[in-house]
Design a binder for this molecule. Structure first.
Ligand code: G3I
Length: 486
């Protein structure tokens, strides 16, 4: 592929509860996505594994698993101990699962799935529609027959795992590396709507799975590719195309390095109303500082639901020469492992209260993970609004700031009754001005700001929430804000 250059242990009981919830979800009970209601307070004891540490803030920590390594006890010992989410590195891809048209083979995919659920882990499905790793028969198709083959493939694989997969990477790597447009692939040549057809097909095939768009080099907020994917997701959300999550692969190397705007990328996607996951993390050289930065950026955004490293040990990596993972070839913990564990343990904890299982009739996009929880990093700068009884309330938080500008996220919450339409108001304290705003429509009169809901996010269920975001000129501010509902 084309990566450039290249108990909380607060209480022991809580982690037990998490693991039970993970196991139940992974064992195929509908509601494969486990979410947790937020509580306040820092973790009061350190967890000793990545999965348990991530679980303290309601997140997961996963790894890619290769079926061919499940006989290696050194490998499975680390994988089982440290991780609570599993992605099949190659075994659920198109060439593996449908080697001949209409003949599905889940032998190796099931080996990984069964190992995961038997060890109490959830599973991310990877991947259903991709220009790469297509079997020969699919590579030779085009036009409507390829379009139909894609639909048949999605239906065939998702039927096999119906109700059992937490997140599916429905479409992988569909954008061009540099120009912000679509990659020119055989799938793209079937028509620009192929991605939304894939998502609509996937929703119908397994309404319990969260449906993700997954790509590399969409980590840096300033890159055209990132903006291209962002605009697609925004368009999908505005038109009701069923997308629930964005996967940032995050293969960082010298040609595609970590950038401090990564947090802006995560929060900006999240502000569109999707979960964000870091799906294939590896960092050339495995800088402990960079790994901690990545983890802290995820922890700063409430809808960043989890992190997956692309392999267990350096020797398992698709680019082992870069020694990019958390364990060395002998299975020893590297410095980056410790920095990741410490960052996870420093996150404010949540009380695990398993969400109600999603029923097939529920849209996974109405995710329990859209909880009214506050992002850990947002809490200190939040300014609570007056809350009209039975209506809506809002909080504003600074996501990031730089000389002369800043980015904020506003969370709008319903009270005990549903909200149908909302209006948020504030007054800029120091001459600030919008540069862009999303998921809302603004009216500005002098220093007085009014933001109303967009077409697609005016309805909030009782107890639910939505967000909008903006970038602005001036000094970061968290003014008092009000929310009214007609
Ligand atoms: O198993 C065969 C082996 O029998 C044969 O002798 C050997 C000869 O080349 O090939 C082996 O298969 C290789 C397979 O990995 C398992 O190691 C394939 O050639 C090789 O192409 C394949 O590479 C995988 C790559 O995706 C293919 O695109 C990597 O393992 C896998 O880590 C990588 O994962 C991708 C994600 O799916 C999407 N994002 C980028 C990421 C890294 O490229």
């Amino acid at each position: 592929m084309g990566v450039r250059a290249n108990s909380r242990p607060g209480t022991r009981q809580s982690v037990t509860g998490l693991r039970r919830a993970l196991a139940v979800g992974a064992l195929g009970v509908l509601g494969a996505v486990t979410a947790f209601a937020a509580a306040s307070g820092p973790a009061d004891a350190a967890a000793s594994t990545l999965g348990a540490a991530a679980a303290q803030s309601g997140r997961y920590f996963g790894t890619a698993i290769a079926a061919g390594k499940l006989g290696d006890s050194a490998y499975t010992t680390i994988a089982n101990r440290e991780f609570n989410m599993v992605t099949a590195e190659n075994e659920m891809k198109i060439d593996a699962t449908e080697p001949n048209r209409g003949q599905f083979n889940f032998t190796n995919a099931d080996r990984i799935y069964n190992w995961a659920v038997q060890n109490g882990k959830q599973v991310r499905g990877h991947t259903l529609a991709w220009h790469s790793q297509q079997p020969g028969w699919m590579q030779s198709l085009s036009g409507s027959s390829l379009r139909q083959a894609m639909i048949d493939h999605i239906n065939g694989v998702m039927a096999h795992y119906k109700g059992k997969i937490a997140y599916w990477d429905v479409v992988n790597e569909a954008f061009d590396d540099s120009n912000g447009g679509r990659r020119n692939s055989n799938l793209q040549q079937t028509g620009n709507d192929w991605i939304e057809v894939a998502f609509r097909t996937a929703r119908a095939a397994d309404p319990a799975a969260k449906l993700c768009y997954n790509d590399y080099n969409i980590d840096n907020w300033t890159w055209a590719k990132t903006q291209g994917v962002y605009n697609m997701v925004k368009d999908f959300k505005s038109r009701g195309v069923p997308i629930d999550c964005v996967g940032l692969q995050s293969h960082f190397n010298s040609g595609s390095p970590y950038n401090s705007n990564y947090r802006t990328t995560i929060s900006s996607f999240a502000a569109l109303g999707v979960d964000v996951a870091i799906t294939e993390l590896d960092i050339q050289g495995a800088s402990a500082t960079t790994y901690a930065n990545v983890v802290n950026d995820c922890l700063a955004v409430s809808r960043c639901v989890g992190i997956t490293t692309w392999g267990v040990r350096d020797s398992d990596s698709w680019r082992s020469g870069d020694t990019p993972l958390l364990f060395d070839g002998n299975g020893n913990k590297k410095a980056a492992y410790t920095s990741v564990l410490n960052a996870l343990n420093a996150a404010p904890s949540v009380s695990p209260s398993p969400s109600p299982s999603q029923s097939p009739s529920q849209s996974p996009s109405q995710s329990p993970s859209q909880s009214p929880s506050q992002s850990p990093s947002q809490s200190p700068s939040q300014s609570p609004s007056q809350t009209p009884s039975g209506a809506c309330s809002a909080t504003i938080a600074t996501i990031s700031s730089w000389p002369g500008g800043f980015q904020s996220e506003v969370t709008v919450r319903a009270g005990s009754a549903p909200v149908n339409g909302w209006t948020v108001k504030w007054t800029w304290p120091g001459g600030q001005s919008f540069s862009s705003l999303w998921s809302g429509t603004q009216t500005v009169s002098g220093s007085n700001v009014t933001v109303r809901n967009a077409d697609y996010n005016g309805s909030i269920a009782a107890g639910g929430s939505t967000t909008f975001g903006f970038t602005a000129n001036g000094t970061a501010a968290t003014p008092a804000i009000t929310c009214t509902s007609p």
